[in-house]
Design a binder for this molecule. Structure first.
Ligand SMILES: [Zn+2]
Length: 257
């Protein structure tokens, strides 16, 4: 629940309740009262459209799932106070199983949070894999296969973001011969051929490599996974790439793999 919800619910539901009490008593109780009110209100208030899909298997087509992400991102851009209310209720609904409708491979960057970027999407909606540079390694590919094959999520998104530090590090290796210490060098190795192919082709080397890395990752999913490739051929799964702009909040979808 976002901070905006608390005063709204308190003012609407609790002020009448507390009208007969002293102001000091009312002021001392808002947190306890709001917690019980949140659960109570969740049972009676109409839920946002996104929340109706928690307990049932996703009935969305790949294109409908993509449209839902785009609509969510538009809401995020218009109103960054995106609100995911009724988390306690959602947790109870989902305890018996999950049916996410989109798989997101993206960067671990703290500014790139898929549930927020796509408009306050709450528990049980997105199946998310994150690592620095949204690298498609074995763990990421296996997780994507699990989400698509066993959880039946109809959409896979590989989402890079502008000003990505991991991609910038890979660009430094290619452009300046920088040596990366520890496991970071190994981690960014899959980005190196993408950076090499992008070098000298754009004045915006890092951000162009970010886009090409997302496209490359999306293509590699179907090239390296016969499970996902089969689902794509059947038309039950779509794989797309995207770039998130950390300044504007906008997600640009690049292509369908
Ligand atoms: Zn990043």
């Amino acid at each position: 629940m976002c901070l905006d919800c608390l005063p709204t619910r308190l003012s609407r539901r609790n002020i009448m309740k507390f009208a007969g009490l002293g102001l000091a008593a009312a002021a001392s109780m808002p947190i306890i009262a709001s917690a019980s009110e949140t659960k109570h209100a969740a049972q009676h208030e109409e839920k946002p459209a996104d929340q109706h899909h928690a307990a049932a298997a996703p009935a969305l087509s790949p294109n409908e799932a993509l449209e839902r992400l785009k609509e969510g991102n538009s809401r995020f851009i218009k109103d960054a106070n995106a609100c995911a209310a009724n988390l306690a209720g959602r947790r109870e609904e989902l305890a018996g199983g999950q049916h996410p409708w989109a798989i997101i491979l993206t960067c671990s960057d703290s500014r790139v949070t898929p549930e927020l970027v796509f408009g306050g999407v709450t528990l049980g909606e997105l199946f998310v894999i994150r690592n620095a540079g949204n690298v498609l390694d074995t763990g990421a590919l296996g997780t994507i296969e699990y989400g698509a094959e066993h959880l039946h999520a109809p959409l896979v998104v590989v989402m890079g973001h502008k000003k990505c530090g991991a991609v910038a590090a890979a660009c430094d290796v290619v452009q300046k011969g920088t040596q990366l210490e520890g496991s970071i060098g190994k981690m960014v190795q899959p980005i190196l051929p993408v950076a090499l192919n992008t070098l000298f082709k754009s004045p915006d080397f890092v951000n162009e490599t970010v886009a090409n890395n997302a496209i490359s990752g999306a293509h590699r999913i179907t090239e390296e996974s016969h499970i996902v490739a089969h689902l794509v051929e059947q038309g039950t799964v779509k794989v797309v790439s995207a770039v998130y702009d950390i300044e504007s909040g906008k997600v640009d979808f690049l292509d369908a793999a």
